[in-house]
Structures are given as structure tokens and as C-alpha cells.
Design a protein around this ligand. Sequence first.
Ligand SMILES: Nc1ncnc2c1ncn2[C@@H]1O[C@H](COP(=O)(O)OP(=O)(O)O)[C@@H](O)[C@H]1O
Ligand SMILES: [Mg+2]
Length: 361
Amino acid sequence: MIIREFGFRSFRNLEDATISPGPGVNLVLGENGQGKTNLLEAIWLCTGARSFRGAKQAELPTFGRQSCLLEAGVANKKREIKLTISLGAEKFTRMNGVDLPKKADFTGNLICVAFSPIHLGLVSGGPEGRRNFLDASLCQSSRKYLDQLTRYRAYLHHKNALLRQEIGEKEKNFLLDGYDEKLALYGFALKETRRQFLEQLAEESLLAYETLSGGKEKLTVKYQPGAKAENVEELAKELKAARMTDLKNLSCSRGPHKDDVELLLDDKNARIYGSQGQRRSIVLALKLSEASLLERRTGESPVILLDDVLSELDNRRQDHLLNRITGRQIFVSACEEQKSGVLAEGKNFYVKEGRIGEKPF
Ligand SMILES: Nc1ncnc2c1ncn2[C@@H]1O[C@H](COP(=O)(O)OP(=O)(O)O)[C@@H](O)[C@H]1O
Ligand SMILES: [Mg+2]
């Protein structure tokens, strides 16, 4: 799929405008602090996901404004659609001008894979980042997963609130039984989907890493589930067996919200033993594999957003990213000096103090 037109109003430091990206590589060039990441973040938000920078909605509208509006004209294999999203005080999502009462109906219409320096935390950071990576990818390609995740999170929230409440033991246990039943149902569904996804991701990323690194080491991606159970009934039992721990910790101790993904290079934990360059290559391999899996699952090639990653990559990897990935729309932000190393044919956008133009300012 490709974004044909992209418009933004009152978004961060960007001056209101509509741009027409090209179908291949789009270079977003400018000095630091001009608005390059803001533009990529705005595109990403049209997937319906939260900001890849971890920004809160209130931070998105231009200083002094309450809301911001983003509009993407997207051409996928079947049709052209117009996606509109308003974030901040006034929230709504529209498709072709028609209000979508549920945000879940908006998700999945624009499919993106984003790669920014923040994503390096996928290897070096805690498990939450790795779970977010799984969820962001799976929610874009499966409405069912998004619904299951939403329900799971809601029941988990209720359960944790209940654990903190001071009510009679009998009543508490009765209510907890009810929540555990739901958590087992949706939790097991999440676990199965994540397991399958990671199996495919492991295969893809093994090859991707080999290509990127020239076959020096072997990347292994392993699912570490936060519950052992092999079916819903077993998970229900596992949750029940953990009741004492839950009551002691005042939070639910088992289930997919405790999942992690192990990343090994030649059987050694990359988080601990990997060099900076190796970790960077792992994240890149995971992201490129994510793009292939999304394409396999949805039949649409995702739009790739590469924020500020060129300087982090050597020429071989830069070349691989920009010149070997064909048939995909890519947005790449970079400082002007880095452009010399970039061979890609495509369209240039220049960003200065929030203004975006097709010619240098
Ligand atoms: N809500 C906002 N309103 C106005 N300006 C903002 C807002 N949020 C961030 N900015 C400004 O955006 C600029 C950073 O833009 P960014 O896209 O990160 O730059 P870069 O080109 O380096 O990627 C900073 O000057 C920052 O003050
Ligand atoms: Mg930036």
C-alpha cells in the first residue's frame, strides 16, 4: 500500500500542509529539531496505534492548541481510502468522511512498520518493549487479536483493582474467580497468536540477520510465555494456583502480560552480550521480518518509516535498506549531510522550522 496524500493540522511544530509522497523512497531531510520525526510520527499515528515515541495524546497538538487533525489518502491493492484522525481534546476517527464509532475499525487500514533509535530498546530494554512490538504488529494485521487484547487488558485492569480493594475474603475470591476465567480465555488466545507469530518471525529474522551481518552469527528468537498452560483450562488452573501470590503482590502474576521474547546471538543473550552494532542489526532484522510477515498476513505491503537510523548504520546496511527493498513505500528521515551516502532514487522533502517543501529552503 502507499500513502498518496498526507495532511496535518495543528500537529506539533508542523505548519499545516498536505504533501504528496512518491511510491518509493521518500527522503525527509533537515537539520535537528526541525520536525522530521514529527512528520513520521504523524504518519504512524494514522495506523491507529499510540506514538512510537511513547508520547501522550495531549503532547501532540501544537503548543496552545487542544487537538490536531491528520489525514492520509491511502491506496491499497483494492481501493483508495481517506483516513482521518483527530487526537487530543477532540477525538474521532473517520474513513472516507464517515465517523467510525470504534477506533478498532480504524486500525488496520494503514499498515506501517516504524524503525527509530527508540526501537533499539527492543533488544537492550525491558520486556514491555518486546510485548509492545508483538502487539503493534499483530493489532495491525488482525482485528480479532486487537479485540482479544483489549478485553484481556480490561479484565486485567479490573482484576488488579480488585486485588487492591479491601473487601471480604470470600467475596474477593468469588469475584477473582470470575476474572480469572475471562483472563484464561482471552489470555490463552493471545498466547497462541503470539506463539505462532514468533515462530514465523524466528524463521524470517534468522535469514534477515544472516543477510545483514554476512552470516557471522546466528540469531535465535524464542518465545518466553508468562504462563506455561497449553490450553484454556490449564491456564485457568495456573491462574488459580497463583492466587496467593497475586493477593500478596496485589497484582496478577501470570499470563501474557508477563510474556517476553528472548533474543540470542549464537545462543548468548544479545541484551547482555551483544555489541551495539549487533543489537542494531537484530532490531533491523526484526523490523524487516515484521514487514514481510505483515505482508504475508494481510496481502498488503506495509509502509516503512525509518527515523534517523541512517547514521547508525554502515554503508552495507544503508544500501540494503534503501536500495534493495523494492515495491514498498519508505519514508527515511536524515540530516542533510548523511544524504551523500544515500543512493536511493526517490522524492525529497525538506523540513525547516516545521515547514515542509519539495525544494531546499
Ligand atoms: N506539541 C508541540 N507543539 C509545537 N512544537 C512542538 C511540539 N512538540 C514538539 N515540538 C517541537 O518539535 C521540534 C522537534 O521536532 P522533531 O520532529 O523531533 O525534530 P527532528 O527534525 O530533529 O526530527 C522541537 O523544536 C520541539 O520543540
Ligand atoms: Mg528526529
